[in-house]
Design a protein around this ligand. Structure first.
Ligand code: DGY
Length: 334
């Protein structure tokens, strides 16, 4: 009998085809996702799940995934999955790193430029027929070139944003739970500083940290108060890293100058305060949304599933210890 795979939401057809070549596939071909109960009903008898960031794998859900070998998330972030619980249950978890790094960094930089140069506001102004004369201070914004770029989280995407900043001759500061290797700092010309210093000194702060218990509301009222009144905050990581209510206040009171946001605390809901603010540039979680990158993400998730079900090590595991454990058990048995 062929192994079975559940795909919880619509993905690119090429990846579904790849999986269908080797496995029985139950494909929930909509964008609605599956509520936990429905997911648990459908996952019975399956050995793999292709999941997305809207699927919540709590410890309670994971405890009921009998026979599932792998949860393959079609995202680099995996805060929707309780990885320690999956690891305890012996379930592999994979994500889709690397393939989306530059695409997401491009979007972060697009938000930096759009916020600094008030592009959305300017576009709206023109489209609404309000442009009737040139004026010396019409829609004046902030410079990006030669400014200080503060990167919170110098992982793959943070580094790619730093490279873009270098192209704009920016000074690069970063803060992270761990300091990057010296050669990385040198390549990027990036200076490691405490978060407070980064917030005080940066003209643009771009967030690239994963969502964990220690990064939830990492940026709140106190941190926003440290920023310059001309500063811009950009978030393409996960919404809950920023206290959205505090950000609304800071933007309203001009504690900071503007914000460019791709992610929100309660997606797809957006804090109503943000929707009223001209200095908030808002887009609907499209960081990795190019045709080529989304296809690569789907194919990588399919490849992770194929590997796990065919006895090969999945290429991008989040909890490789589960794989090593099963390998050493097989060695001992063999
Ligand atoms: C990710 O990959 O984590 C993004 O947020 C979705 O593309």
């Amino acid at each position: 009998m062929r192994p079975s795979v559940l795909i919880t939401k619509r993905i690119f057809p090429e990846a579904v085809e790849l999986l269908r070549q080797h496995f029985d596939v139950e494909y929930h071909d909509t964008d609605d996702g599956l509520p936990a109960e429905e997911l648990l009903r459908r996952v019975k008898g399956k050995q793999a799940v292709v999941a997305q960031l809207t699927d919540k794998f709590t410890p309670e859900v994971i405890a009921q995934l009998d026979g599932v070998k792998i949860i393959a998330n079609v995202a680099v972030g995996y805060d929707n999955i309780d990885v320690p619980a999956a690891t305890r249950a012996g379930i592999l978890v994979s994500n889709t790193p690397d393939v989306l790094t530059d695409t997401t960094a491009d979007l972060a930089f697009a938000l930096i430029l759009a916020t600094a140069r008030r592009l959305f506001e300017a576009n709206k102004f023109l489209m609404e027929g309000k442009w009737n004369k040139w004026a010396i201070d019409l829609l004046v914004g902030q410079d990006v070139h030669h400014q200080t770029l503060g990167i919170i989280g110098l992982g793959r995407i943070g580094r790619a944003v730093a490279r873009r900043g270098r192209g704009f001759q920016m000074r690069i500061l970063y803060s992270d739970a761990r300091r990057a290797p010296e050669e990385v700092e040198q390549e990027l010309g990036a200076v490691y500083v405490p978060l407070e210093d980064l917030l005080r000194e940066s003209d643009i702060v771009s967030i690239h940290t994963p969502l964990t218990e220690s990064t939830r509301h990492l940026i709140g009222t106190e941190q926003l108060r440290l920023m310059k009144p001309t500063a811009i905050l950009v978030n393409t990581s996960r919404g809950p890293v920023v206290d959205e209510a505090a950000l609304v206040e800071a933007l309203r009171n001009r504690t900071i100058w503007g914000a460019g946001l791709d992610v929100f605390e309660n997606e797809p809901k957006v804090h109503p305060g943000l929707l009223e603010l001209p200095n908030a540039v808002l887009v609907p979680h499209i960081g990795s949304a190019t045709v080529a990158t989304r296809l690569k993400m789907c194919m990588l998730a399919a490849e992770n599933v194929s590997a796990a079900l065919q006895g090969r090590k999945p290429p991008t595991l989040v909890n490789p210890e589960v794989w090593s454990r099963s390998e050493s058990r097989q060695d001992a048995e063999g």
